[in-house]
Design a protein around this ligand. Sequence first.
Ligand SMILES: Cc1cc2nc3c(=O)[nH]c(=O)nc-3n(C[C@H](O)[C@H](O)[C@H](O)COP(=O)(O)OP(=O)(O)OC[C@H]3O[C@@H](n4cnc5c(N)ncnc54)[C@H](O)[C@@H]3O)c2cc1C
Length: 666
Amino acid sequence: MALDSKIPSGPISDKWTNYKDHINLVNPANKRNLDVIVVGTGLAGGSAAATLAELGYNVKAFCFQDSPRRAHSIAAQGGINAAKNYQGDGDSVFRLFYDTVKGGDYRAREANVHRLAEVSTNIIDQCVAQGVPLAREYGGLLDNRSFGGALVSRTFYARGQTGQQLLLGAYSAMNRQIGRGKIKMHNRHEMLDIVIVNGKARGIIARNLITGEIERHSAHAVVIASGGYGNVFFLSTNAMGSNATAAWKIHKKGAYFANPCYTQIHPTCIPVSGDHQSKLTLMSESLRNDGRIWVPAKIEDAIAIREGKKKAIDLSEAERDYYLERRYPAFGNLVPRDVASRAAKERCDAGFGVNKTGEAVYLDFAAAIQRYGKEQAFLKGIDANDKQAVTQLGTEVVKNKYGNLFQMYYKIVDEDPYTSPMMIYPAVHYTMGGTWVDYNLMTTIPGCFSIGESNFSDHGANRLGASALMQGLADGYFVLPYTIGDYLSPDIKMGTISTDTPEFEAAEKGVKDQIEKFMNNNGTHSVDYFHRKLGKIMWDKVGMARNAQGLNEAITEIAALREEFYKDVKVPGTDKGFNQELEKATRVADFLELGELFAKDALHRNESCGGHFREEYQTEDGEAKRDDENFAYVAAWEYKGKPSDAVLHKEDLVFDTVKLVQRNYK
Ligand SMILES: Cc1cc2nc3c(=O)[nH]c(=O)nc-3n(C[C@H](O)[C@H](O)[C@H](O)COP(=O)(O)OP(=O)(O)OC[C@H]3O[C@@H](n4cnc5c(N)ncnc54)[C@H](O)[C@@H]3O)c2cc1C
């Protein structure tokens, strides 16, 4: 099938407005004749479900947690971007668009990114109207901070709990509709397959995770909002339950999977401390506003620190290497995430790491504490040379800004980050790849839409901080509610779709067969045993730096591991009730296929761009070397029975606007 991205014609700044003005609408009275399934109730799915129900559609929403309120979106700490220019520092819709395309290393679809920047401002208004307590300045106006890859302050935040507060907003909007009966909420349900009737998505098969019952649900359209697949690495900053099953199942039924190898490795996470871990913890990027990143300048000092003979605070300024400030003076510690992550790896690989494993760098707040402390001392008329008073005042300011993050660090590492620098190291955090969607957010299965992190998104090869929440809410509140109407308008007289059909029966049988196979397998190893092994292959050979040899090895090793998994996995308990091992087994089965496609995609992309770093393609300074001539396209993979047989389709990317601007800047 040829890829048609359905990008509207006309100037980039008018595309979305013109498009909305001309697409088909469903009148309010007819919306109540149409059912929409929304799988996932994080920020993307929650906002979509609430808005669709508010418009009048009958929504059936699904999540595997016990409440939409527990979706992984709740973990988002740092903030959400919007081109409001409240700081008067030169921001605009155009600049947000430009920064996002550039930040994604020119691998995003221009038309979508411009639309995202346009609706970003509506998101803030919507959330404020819902009562989301975004941070405010002393005078009562909404506050902003800076995130990597931007030269303006455009990030709105709610302390270190932005995702949680935004989710409470979407959840309240959902609850209103649940109360009205317009959303039927299915908590603790996991979608295990999609049902396609006459080439169109018409329903899903879901397992009730409490009773074990396999259920059929029908609708006129299906929206997948199931989040990202970072847990293919086993260790990541994602919630433990985050998985790829919904996205992978639709891929197997015809939805192309785009750019699977584009993964973001976040530079500021608490380093791995040993084999016992099953989860990694993010330290928000907002900390890079005030924290300075460094390693010892001399290798002897790094060794002494690793051996416990010296401490960070023993080193003078001259003995420290603030390597980001040194290499990237314009952005300093706020370089984009891919750049910061690779720079940390480069220093640690060169032997300058500062924890026992040699895989950590410092994030230091001493300078910020002194700077803020002196300002406060000046304001309060206290002697700015009184070191103790200045430190105390500065610590208070830092505590007010980042208190909950510092407390979290202290609880996990048992070291006080106010008095000694934090240790951080990159970790898997976000997946820019996902199901391919056109401008309408529809996958290559008619009637199956994909929104939020589960689609291949607007971030190209690297996501700028605070852009995922923006994209998820843009998709759910402001884009899908329009585009889905255009698709649904011919179906207004169709009536309820029956689940008593051969298509539902066949899909249900497939799900039951897989579960039965797992329950009767009688293997010797737990699901985690295989997941951990997969994660190690992914991190070692498909992680922050990749090369052809490692990728070829990974492809062979993952295929072999998958075979071993099916022969030897042990799933205890019963399928007739709550069984988390069974849940994990179906998810890891999908990760074992996705991991292979991931490596295959990374192998075919003979360039480095954004979060995809191929060691063979780098400049003399170790920077990513793009190949715009041959790789300025979205790689969309079609499933053909197994990952190794997947067929590549290319969506060529056009950079009219960005190229024009770059020419004018020169
Ligand atoms: C620690 C951390 C901090 C972050 N901080 C920020 C930040 O400050 N700013 C920012 O912009 N981004 C941030 N991100 C990224 C951002 O949080 C996510 O990209 C975003 O929240 C994803 O939202 P979503 O709605 O697409 O998916 P999710 O929030 O992951 O929701 C997925 C939903 O799908 C459901 N689901 C999944 N599979 C199934 C299935 N098979 N059947 C039924 N239901 C299913 C789940 O139950 C859940 O409801 C952060 C990410 C992490 C890991």
